[in-house]
Design a binder for this molecule. Structure first.
Ligand SMILES: [Cu+2]
Length: 153
């Protein structure tokens, strides 16, 4: 066997290791990506399981109607899954409820940062319909999707 042939044989023998290494790297990258996706959604599970789970995104509040009773505390776990790459408002949302302040003391202005959440409690003191909105993105109060209604009976 010539030296050249010998080298060629040697090279061919090395190749399977290269493909195994390549597959290993691909699996490692996919695994890391999956881990990042899973850990991100896990961190956005509500921290307070007894609270009303509410999501706020560029699409609005979900749910956007809450029913409550006079004198009974309402706890909301507000979740913002938007990231800070949002060009408008930097992915920050808030929950503003300034209408009917007399029956909702103190007035609510709850900010929730990108990819985070906030739990807050208030006690409505008077029946009626109260309007809340997000004031930090897409035109704030003027944005038709950034609104919600609290119905107190
Ligand atoms: Cu918003």
């Amino acid at each position: 066997m010539s030296k050249k042939q010998n080298e060629k044989l040697k090279k061919n023998k090395e190749k399977p290791y290269m493909s195994i290494l390549f597959i290993f790297i691909v699996i490692a990258i996919l695994g890391a990506a999956l881990y990042l996706i899973m850990s991100k959604s896990a961190s956005l599970e509500p921290v307070n399981k007894d609270a009303i789970k509410m999501t706020i995104t560029m699409a609005g509040f979900e749910p956007n109607i809450i029913r409550a009773k006079v004198g009974q505390p309402v706890t909301i776990n507000l979740i913002n899954p938007d990231n800070s790459m949002h060009s408008d408002g930097g992915g920050i949302h808030n929950f503003m409820l300034t209408e009917g302040l007399a029956s909702l003391v103190p007035g609510l202005n709850i900010t929730v940062l990108p990819e985070s959440q906030n739990v807050f409690t208030f006690t409505p003191a008077k029946p009626g319909e109260y309007h809340w909105y997000c004031d930090s993105c897409c035109g704030g109060k003027e944005n038709p999707s950034m609104h919600g209604t609290l119905i107190v009976a």
